[in-house]
Design a protein around this ligand. Structure first.
Ligand code: G1P
Length: 292
């Protein structure tokens, strides 16, 4: 039984929904309260046991790489001024955690971005965290527990795990939507967010219109994959939006091996859309002001 210690975080997108904020600052570095959004996502991964993080980036987004590197000059200057505690707080990444960056080259979609990480991930099974989605780190203890649960579940039954949550009718067109087997329709009727549930999924439909949506369970942006997903991604052709969709490779994986959905505990925030981002910012800032 091998534990998942690798994670891919795709960060190559231009973030057009966040313009003009994202014109010269990568959207992943925009603040949620007093930290850049990606800081919380990396903390979540580390808390779930991830040791090797692969950022799939773009030439114009090297500021993200710098955020996870030491700034020796700044460190030196802060320590000379006696601000050691501040300098220490910038070196928050645990010593046994590595963050590496690989470039996507062409913007051919999420599936293509995940495949770009293959040279670093190698033969390992791995997690994927989409950084637009930030799980609530304040009110519950469940932020990293969702991913930890999925990793444990994968270790037990070797089924890839996809985190899903109920969304409102008007939001189904923004997400990958799960197609469930009938047995599980009832299990998801009561929106029980106090514990994770994991069960087999029949398939996914990427960004359907409401009348084509097979359920209201949306892909949240946390995945645990067996390494076989790479073989399917390598053979996936462009579909919805002219992009190589991760969802299509997952459907191919389902037809050969079992894939499970895990229902999410706690709340998530979409930091990749201006309206939701502003709501998330206010929430994060208020939590931090209240706790100081
Ligand atoms: C991606 C996935 C989609 C998922 C969503 C979560 O879409 O393709 O299945 O529901 O992330 O945020 P994107 O938002 O990158 O268009």
């Amino acid at each position: 039984m091998t534990k998942i210690t690798h994670a891919v975080i795709p960060v190559a997108g231009f973030g057009t929904r966040m313009l003009p904020l994202s014109k010269s600052v990568p959207k992943e570095l925009l603040p949620l309260g007093n930290r850049p959004a990606i800081h919380y996502v990396v903390e979540e991964a580390i808390a779930a046991g991830i040791k090797h993080i692969v950022l799939v980036g773009h030439a114009q987004k090297s500021a993200i790489e710098n955020y996870f590197d030491t700034n020796a000059e700044l460190d030196h200057q802060l320590r000379q001024k006696g601000k050691d505690a501040l300098a220490d707080s910038l070196n928050w990444l645990p010593k046994d955690v590595s963050v590496s960056m690989i470039r996507q080259g062409k913007a051919l979609g999420l599936g293509h971005a995940v495949l770009a990480a293959r040279p670093i991930i190698g033969d390992n099974d791995f997690a994927v965290l989409l950084p637009d989605v930030v799980l609530d780190p304040f009110t519950t203890d469940s932020q990293s527990d969702n991913l930890a649960f999925m990793i444990k579940q994968f270790a037990d039954d070797r089924h890839s795990q996809i985190l899903v949550d109920q969304v409102a009718d008007e939001d189904v067109h923004k997400y990958g939507i799960a197609k469930l087997s009938q047995d599980h329709d009832l299990a998801t009727q009561n929106d029980n967010t106090s514990e994770n549930m994991s069960f087999k999924v029949a398939g996914f439909v990427e960004k359907p219109s409401l009348d084509k949506a097979p359920s209201r369970l949306a892909v949240v942006g946390r995945y645990v994959f067996s390494n076989q997903i790479f073989d399917y991604l390598a053979h996936t052709t462009a579909s919805v939006g002219g992009e190589i969709q991760l969802t299509d490779a997952i459907d191919a994986l389902i037809s050969q091996y079992g894939v499970n959905v895990t229902t999410m505990r706690g709340d998530s925030y979409d930091a990749g859309d201006m309206h939701s981002y502003m709501q998330a910012f206010i929430y994060f800032a208020q939590q931090q002001l209240d706790n100081n």
